[in-house]
Design a protein around this ligand. Structure first.
Ligand SMILES: CC(C)(COP(=O)(O)OP(=O)(O)OC[C@H]1O[C@@H](n2cnc3c(N)ncnc32)[C@H](O)[C@@H]1OP(=O)(O)O)[C@@H](O)C(=O)NCCC(=O)NCCS
Length: 187
């Protein structure tokens, strides 16, 4: 697999823009990430039920919209691990979303590297002023990865809460985080 040296990269990962031609294997992995119930739960969404052909059409429609930019996260061997996106983009700001679909690769630094790569692109190529996100209060792994990449809490960090609350309806509590261009050094 040939990785373009114009694609964003950091540490162990390279980001392949959705605007590039994706292989059938990459499409399949991309699709499977969004069908996984556990990942959907962490992500605050529902598992996808649409067929692959429709998923491709939806993604390509969003790619052409101009207010979002998405990338496949490729590991050292060019293998597709997940996706990272900038969405709700204006001339100065964007929201970041990320998921690593390969659960056996969680906790090995890929998420932090992917966030750093997309922030480098956001601040140094797009010249955005601010990137923000929100994540579940109980998603400590994501918060840790975002913090390592330079994001800070807008409110005091949340106190730990139990992952499950024994049958009570879960209350969705979100933690906002952000990083500005002043916090980032472009080389
Ligand atoms: C969130 C996600 C992108 C992070 O990627 P990752 O590759 O697993 O993250 P990293 O390995 O770079 O960093 C994770 C950090 O969290 C830590 N961590 C893991 N579980 C933790 C927990 N329960 N509490 C606190 N820290 C935890 C890890 O030890 C690591 O920190 P360290 O390097 O200081 O030891 C990935 O786990 C994922 O896709 N999760 C499911 C979808 C999701 O939650 N998306 C974010 C929605 S906003």
């Amino acid at each position: 697999m040939t990785l373009s040296n114009t694609w964003p990269r950091h540490g162990k990962v390279t980001l392949k823009p959705f605007t590039e031609a994706l292989t059938e294997t990459e499409w399949r992995r991309f699709y499977e990430c969004f069908r996984d119930p556990e990942i959907a739960e962490w992500n605050g969404s529902r598992p996808l039920r649409m067929p692959l052909w429709l998923f491709k059409r939806v993604v390509m429609g969003e790619v052409s919209r101009g207010d979002r930019m998405g990338f496949g996260i490729l590991d050292e061997n060019g293998e597709w691990l997940g996706t990272v996106e900038l969405y709700e983009m204006s001339r100065t700001e964007a929201t970041l979303g990320i998921l690593i679909g390969a659960k056996d690769r969680w906790g090995q630094g890929y998420g932090t590297d992917a966030v750093r790569a997309v922030l480098e692109y956001a601040f140094c190529t797009l010249r955005l002023q601010k990137v923000r996100l929100r994540t579940y209060k109980h998603n400590l792994r994501a918060q840790r990865a975002f913090q390592k990449a330079g994001f800070r809490y807008l409110e005091p960090p949340p106190a730990p809460t139990p992952r499950f609350n024994f049958g009570l309806a879960p209350k969705a509590e979100f933690v906002p985080m952000e990083i500005t261009r002043e916090d980032w050094t472009c080389y």
